[in-house]
Write a protein that binds this ligand. Structure first.
Ligand SMILES: Cc1cc2nc3c(=O)[nH]c(=O)nc-3n(C[C@H](O)[C@H](O)[C@H](O)COP(=O)(O)OP(=O)(O)OC[C@H]3O[C@@H](n4cnc5c(N)ncnc54)[C@H](O)[C@@H]3O)c2cc1C
Length: 398
């Protein structure tokens, strides 16, 4: 039996998230967009405290943890996607630990997020010469006694600064332990905050999600203990690379939910504007009688709903213990495309008001595009979908 209705308790919980988005995020949205590297400390503190109480609510989500995360993510990104990404949380680094770590490592690295001061965790895969083709990683991890020495450069690492230097967080670094082994040689290492040899080279100036820090990290003989290699050190054909993919299967629905939140913000704004200016939106009449504006708006609504259903399905499958590699990419590809189209259309429908910095619509258009880039670009996700449907390997279709 499939049921897409949200239970009253879940709706009440989402109302609380919506209130946070409206009252805590929207009022500071513009400020942290215009002052990219200013740190919204008061906001972090408030969200950190809320998440510690929220952690219990999350446990209430029971087996629907991933679906629940998508629902709350949509709500908070309706508020502000950049601020959402900046909130202290285990983030991508935590997702990598959850996907690749042993039970002891999960307990050790993830428990710190339940108490104490605000913390972040990041994941560093992308390098100057490798992004979409994550199997081409050149950062190395070499044995030195029992320890590992990591050498290489990572770029565009979300929450990299906060995780590496400013909190008791960590960065999960993907490095090869055997260049000749290709994908099988790639392993994830937890590099703790302020480990000697890990340096933040710079933080990027970006088009959108400007409240979120995106860092370039240098690893120069960065020493990590053997217990920080997630999973085991054996190089086998199955390797740890499947853990990179498992991480994406969990995080792609979340990025899709981010996109849906931004798209919904733009849609809601346009709907309110139409209402205030007596622009009719007539549902239930023949499409032939609709105005061009009504058609555009209803198309935006339909596309957003389709993306949301795909996202819920991908998250639900993960919660049900089903393999969701195809569905996670479908949700991500659809939502990334839809949010880009919706926010551009919103700017278009609103005319000068949409383009003006007086309102946040132009910002949402800039914030939207990243959802089509990180966690696998639109093109890469479409290729994964094609591979899964046609049953091709990554060697056969690339
Ligand atoms: C704000 C931001 C935050 C990020 N956060 C993180 C992070 O936390 N951790 C991390 O590791 N990375 C992060 N990234 C990096 C991001 O994941 C990569 O930018 C992305 O994977 C694309 O890689 P690339 O930039 O090397 O582009 P490329 O791989 O060089 O791609 C360039 C273009 O070519 C297309 N393309 C590439 N290969 C193919 C193909 N085979 N077929 C068809 N088209 C193809 C791509 O779709 C894209 O349009 C972040 C990036 C940004 C902008």
């Amino acid at each position: 039996m499939i049921d897409f209705e949200l239970e009253p308790a879940v709706i009440r919980m989402l109302d609380l998230y919506h209130a946070s988005a409206e009252q805590m995020m929207r009022p500071i949205s513009r400020q942290y967009d215009e002052n990219e590297h200013e740190e919204p400390r008061q906001f972090w503190e408030a969200m950190w405290q809320a998440s510690r109480t929220g952690a219990n609510a999350n446990e209430g989500a029971g087996r629907a943890r991933n679906l629940y995360t998508c629902l709350t993510t949509e709500e908070l990104c309706w508020g502000d996607a950049g601020l959402f990404l900046s909130i202290p949380n285990p983030g991508l680094g935590g997702a990598a630990v959850a996907a690749a770590g042993t039970p002891e490592q999960k307990a050790r690295f993830l428990s710190r997020f339940r108490s104490g001061r605000p913390k972040w965790a990041a994941m560093a895969i992308t390098e100057p010469g490798c992004g979409s083709d994550s199997a081409a990683i050149t950062t190395t991890a070499q044995r030195d006694g029992d320890d590992w020495l990591i050498n290489g450069t990572k770029i565009f690492c979300t929450a990299g600064l906060m995780s590496a230097e400013r909190s008791e967080g960590f960065v999960v670094v993907w490095a090869t332990v055997d260049r000749n082994a290709g994908r099988a040689g790639i392993k994830p290492f937890v590099v703790e905050h302020n480990t000697p040899g890990m340096t933040v080279v710079r933080v990027e100036n970006k088009l959108g999600i400007r409240a979120s820090d995106t860092a370039m990290l240098l690893f120069d003989n960065c020493r990590v203990p053997p217990s920080n290699l997630l999973g085991n050190s054996e190089v086998t054909p199955a390797g740890a690379f499947k853990d990179v993919m498992a991480t994406f299967d969990a995080t792609r629905p979340i990025v899709a939910a981010m996109a849906i939140g931004v798209g919904r913000a733009a849609l809601d704004f346009v709907r309110d504007f139409f209402q205030r200016h007596n622009v009719p939106l007539r549902y239930g009449i023949s499409p032939r009688r609709l105005t061009a504006i009504e058609r555009d708006f209803m198309e935006m609504e339909v596309q957003l709903k389709a993306a949301r259903l795909l996202t819920w399905r991908a998250a639900w499958m993960l919660d049900a213990g089903l393999r969701n590699n195809l569905e996670a990419s479908m949700a991500k590809a659809k939502a990334g495309k839809v949010v880009t189209l919706i926010t551009q259309k919103a700017v278009e429908l609103l005319g000068p008001l949409g383009y003006s910095r007086k309102e946040l619509v132009e910002k949402w258009m800039r914030d939207a595009k990243i959802n089509d880039i990180f966690e696998g670009t639109q093109q890469i996700n479409l290729m994964i979908i094609a591979r899964r449907i046609l049953d091709y390997s990554s060697k056969e279709l690339n």
